[in-house]
Design a protein around this ligand. Structure first.
Ligand SMILES: [Mg+2]
Length: 411
């Protein structure tokens, strides 16, 4: 493979926790854990001080409390993190027009051809890091390499608060000793299968017979084998539309009462609809997500999870409609066990202007819904989310749950 690109991966360190430490000086140097406030929440971010106790994201708050009883546990503030993210991306944009945001705190930048203007890639990386430190008082780690995968692995190894550049001639030495888990898509199951064949490192994979990898991982093995050899032609996609948006919550206690579930659906539907309108999208498919209380395996994924979806006749960004359709999905689903988590999502998204125009003029009811939604959005912008919720009920959300997925159609 001929390497023609220079790609940077920038990833904020312990993003939510670092923002909180910056904004509340008494938390500086302390173990800060952002996640749900109850024992059932999941950790969204842990400061490096908390990681020393073995706390990391995706473990339960209950487990985190056991590992780090002196930790500062915070619920977090998604709105604040989204605002912060915007400011950070404005800084990224000064360095390259080709930026692919992966999440609120992580992006790929294509630096190909910027050397003449901005200097060597490592110099650019250092000045982005300085810029973010000076303007936002936050740490970002940066990886630079000839492919997206290499840049991404490098930023991970540069953490915390570091920079690592992998030149083309260094690719082989860089990749070989790393665990296969560093490769995109190689999760615990694939890892076990590879281990059974004696393949633990990327170097093992790179030198293995392709047929053997294929027999172990299926057709996807071809791609994994190429990645292991440093071949990754994926480009930095400057903009990708989100494919889904969702909101969910874990209940303090398991719920069987349909009215409570229905209320939760309504609150989530309004939040999803608000986000659709704020980003000018409409959705055609609604998704109900349920996690039941009967644990079947250990670990955070041990609860049986179901999704049900329905594609509507017309696209929508109306919370009342999303709520009605999702509630119908709930009613059609025969609940066998109490519910631990409930979520509402939308997918099949398109830009609002593409919404089909009704030739005979919109019926009055739709006009009314649109006007009401606009008024609600203005109130929410002015007085904060959940200032007004139709139907009176508000839901106290227990964990950070706003999700925008880019690149996979699932919630
Ligand atoms: Mg990060």
């Amino acid at each position: 493979m001929v390497y023609k690109k220079i790609i940077m991966h920038a990833d904020m360190d312990a993003f939510y926790a670092s923002v909180e430490q910056r904004d509340r000086p008494k938390l500086k140097g302390k173990p800060v854990i952002v996640g749900g406030s109850s024992a059932r929440g999941v950790v969204s971010a842990a400061s490096y001080e908390a990681r020393k106790f073995g706390v990391h994201s995706a473990i339960s708050v209950a487990e985190a409390r056991k590992l780090c009883p002196e930790g500062y546990f915070l619920r977090g503030d998604m709105k604040k993190y989204r605002k912060e993210s915007k400011k950070i991306f404005e800084i990224f944009r000064k360095y390259s027009p080709a930026i692919e945001g992966i999440s609120l705190d992580e992006a790929f930048l294509d630096l190909t051809g910027t050397e003449r203007l901005l200097g060597l890639p490592s110099k650019i990386g250092e000045s982005i890091r300085r810029d973010i430190r000076e303007k936002r008082d936050l740490a970002v780690s940066v990886g630079v390499g000839p492919t997206k995968l290499i840049a991404k692995i490098a930023s991970g190894l540069a953490k915390p608060d570091g920079l690592l550049e992998v030149p083309v001639h260094g690719i082989k030495d860089f990749l070989e000793p790393l665990s296969v888990a560093q490769l995109w898509g190689v999760g615990p199951v694939a890892q076990e299968r590879l281990k059974a064949l004696g393949m633990n490192t990327i170097g093992d994979l790179a030198s293995a017979d392709l047929e053997m990898i294929r027999s172990c991982l299926g057709v996807w093995g071809v791609e994994v084998s190429a990645l292991a050899r440093g071949e990754d032609a994926r480009e930095v996609c400057a903009y990708r539309d989100p494919v889904s948006m969702s909101e969910e919550n874990t209940f303090e206690v398991d719920i069987s009462d349909l009215q409570t579930l229905s209320n939760a659906i309504r609150v989530h539907s309004e939040a999803v609809a608000r986000r659709l309108r704020a980003s000018n999208f409409v959705a055609k498919t609604v998704i109900l997500k349920l996690k039941l209380s009967n644990r079947v395996r250990s670990g955070p994924r041990g609860y049986p999870t179901f999704t049900r979806r329905k594609t509507l006749k017309e696209t929508t960004n109306d919370g009342a409609l999303i709520s009605r359709e999702t509630n119908l999905l709930l009613n059609e689903y025969s609940l066998s066990k109490p519910v631990r988590l409930i979520g509402v999502g939308v997918t099949n998204l398109s830009v609002e202007s593409e919404k089909q125009i009704n030739l005979f003029g919109a019926p009055d009811t739709e006009n009314r819904a649109e006007h009401l939604n606009k008024a609600l959005d203005m109130i929410n912008v002015k007085y904060g989310e959940n200032a007004v919720i139709r139907g009176g009920k508000t839901l106290s959300k227990d964990s950070l749950s706003s999700q925008v997925k880019i690149g996979e159609d699932d919630i």
